[in-house]
Design a protein around this ligand. Structure first.
Ligand code: ADP
Ligand code: MG
Length: 597
């Protein structure tokens, strides 16, 4: 955080200098006004001491008292005018500083999120990450302009005021600021008290975003099950929890500030008692002394009041910073090793060597998995839900690193390949295809935004998507995703296949592309997949036997272990796990009871 302030030192320095100039102008204006009072007093009561002009300067004796007063008034006005101008400049400068910081921080957090590994996203839910990018960076920013700069400004201001007051009257100054340690102690106490409140505030904010995001995304389910009242209640609960929490913060602030303000008024009491006594004795000028002093004490109190705000900002920004820096400082687990090898275009060999993997220690998802795939082979992986099929694909693309064993692509451990090269050689169609809010063409060309339209069309044809795309009102320019037409599951799936095909990858990983579609669409996707398999290594995952009938070889995955492998025919004849699955599914399809013949 201090490094953050340092990065913006020049902008910060500018803000600081402007604030210093404002203090000087303020003192100038005050002294001028005090001078005016003394001139007037001397005029009314010739016994009173004459006004003490600074620097030994005296108005020419030819000036009438009225002219002198007018001159003083002009000085006050001049100080006020320059102050106003400088305040404007200072406000612009500090707004610029905070905006630059927020934009930069937000970009940093976003960039880091793009580079973090899947494990990080497994451990943090999306609403919490959204909160960090959207809201928390603001609070971190306030550490620089609300804490570091303020501390410097307030510190310098207090020092200047003190020095000025001491130069006017030492004993009076000391008497007037005697309560200050009390204020300091109060600020520290307050700051400690606020810290847990702000940390909790961040969590509650996340919960509110989570309730909102989930209800928007799950709207169909909520409406379908008639659970709108519960959804509203959940949101209302999150909302009011946040309100209550904020109210706690405001209560504390609202009580604390007036209390501190009252403490500072004790100074005024001392001033009027002791300072008044000094003036009456003639030891202290009324205007340049008591009047200026009263104002300075007032300003002093205001600055001390700032300490309350600072104490408040510190806690708010520290709590937020913890969350922002958790992202910025998170290690990137999956990254290029220094000696990473390039992989221009893979031939398409894939080998898994006794691979074991767990998302959580002690709960293995894949155990001792070995398989070997030659270029151009069409491999099927079958297994029940949760067997670890998607995980296996994720390991080939190195979304995670294996716990034991190794994954090889073209004979090289994937951990020693350049990550970017590896991913460029692999086309992936995920189980749940994700479409961005953009045109059909842009979604297909996601991996190669500069692809010409003919190639996009060719990929779409290969994926059996061209026809339905042409039927859309604006064809390839039609918007899809959040702000576009609603596509069916099968259509989204085919767009995702086209997206992978456009890259013309030597390795294609397809995750359960036909899991959630009707038989007719399944047939279309099947033929799309068969087209797509031409001339590349493909690993096709499915929980359905029918999807894998054209595979060269099938691996049967059961609870993270490969229990059988062979061609569909061999496996069928073995009458093992594959046969059991196949028979079960065939019987389901034809509604035959699955009893032994
Ligand atoms: N990101 C994840 N974090 C923790 N556990 C996971 C994650 N993804 C999958 N799992 C668990 O790993 C096991 C295998 O999941 P998966 O590979 O998706 O199976 P399949 O694709 O065969 O249905 C399941 O028990 C699942 O709960
Ligand atoms: Mg899966």
């Amino acid at each position: 955080m201090v490094a953050l302030a340092w990065r913006y030192r020049w902008l910060s320095l500018r803000v600081l200098l402007l604030n210093m100039a404002l203090i000087a102008l303020n003192l100038g204006g005050l002294s001028s006004a005090g001078l005016g009072i003394d001139v007037l007093r001397h005029e009314l009561l010739p016994d009173a001491p004459p006004a003490a002009w600074p620097g030994g300067w005296m108005p020419p004796s030819t000036w009438s008292p009225r002219a002198t007063l007018a001159f003083v008034a002009f000085l006050v006005l001049l100080f006020a005018a320059v102050t106003a101008l400088l305040k404007f400049v200072a406000a612009v400068a500090s707004a610029e500083l905070s905006q630059q910081m927020v934009i930069r921080l937000r970009a940093d957090v976003y960039d880091k999120l793009q580079r973090l590994s899947f494990r990080f996203f497994d451990a943090h839910d999306s609403s919490s990450l959204i909160g960090r990018v959207a809201a928390d960076v603001q609070a971190v920013r306030s550490f620089v302009d609300g804490v570091v700069l303020k501390v410097l400004t307030v510190g310098l201001t207090l020092a200047v005021y003190m020095a000025y007051m001491l130069s006017l009257h030492v004993a009076l100054t000391l008497a007037c600021v005697a309560t200050s340690p009390l204020l300091w102690w109060g600020a520290v106490w307050f700051s400690r008290r606020m810290r847990p409140l702000y940390l909790r505030g961040g969590e509650l904010g996340d919960r509110l975003i989570a309730a909102l995001v989930e209800s928007v995304q799950g709207m169909a389910v909520i409406k379908g099950f008639g659970r709108e009242p519960e959804a509203m209640a959940r949101f209302a609960a999150a909302n009011s929890a946040l309100r209550q929490q904020r109210r706690g913060i405001f209560w504390n602030l609202s009580l604390y500030q007036p209390a501190m303000g009252f403490l500072t008024q004790i100074n005024q009491l001392v001033l009027i008692g002791y300072g008044g006594y000094l003036v009456i004795r003639g030891d202290f000028p009324l205007g340049a002394g008591l009047f200026v002093f009263a104002n300075l004490i007032h300003e002093f109190a205001a600055q001390v009041g700032q300490i309350v705000n600072i104490a408040n900002s510190i806690q708010a920004s520290l709590a937020a910073a913890e969350r922002v820096f958790e992202v910025l400082d998170a290690p990137i687990e999956i990254a290029d090793s220094p000696a990473a090898r390039p992989l221009p275009r893979a031939a398409g060999w894939i080998r898994l060597d006794s691979v074991s993997f767990a998302y959580h220690p002690g709960r293995p998802v894949l155990q001792d998995v070995s398989l070997e795939i030659a270029p151009g082979e069409r491999i099927g992986i079958i297994g029940e839900t949760g067997a670890g099929k998607s995980t296996l694909l994720a390991l080939i693309a190195r979304f995670y690193d294996v716990d034991a064993g190794a994954v090889f692509v073209d004979g090289c451990d994937v951990r020693h390949l350049r990550l970017h090269d590896l991913r460029r050689n692999i086309g992936i169609v995920f189980q749940e295809p994700f479409l961005f809010s953009n045109t059909v063409a842009a979604n297909i060309a996601f991996g190669r935004p500069d692809a010409p339209l003919e190639e996009i069309e060719r990929a779409a044809r290969q994926a059996a998507a061209h026809e339905f795309i042409s039927d859309l009102p604006q064809g390839y320019e039609n918007l899809v995703g959040e702000h576009g037409v609603n596509l069916s599951g099968g259509q989204r799936q085919r767009l995702a296949i086209a997206r992978a095909l456009l890259l013309d990858p030597p390795i294609l990983l397809l995750d359960d592309a036909t899991a959630a579609v009707d038989p007719e669409t399944e047939h279309e996707i099947q033929s799309a997949i068969q087209q797509a398999q031409q001339g590349r290594t493909t690993v096709l995952v499915s929980s359905r036997v029918s999807a894998l009938e054209h595979a060269d070889r099938i691996y049967v995955l059961q609870r993270g272990r490969i229990v059988e492998s062979g061609s569909p025919r061999q496996l069928w004849e073995r009458r093992g796990e594959y046969w059991r699955l196949a028979r079960q599914q065939l019987c389901e399809d034809f509604a035959i009871p699955a009893t032994e013949p």
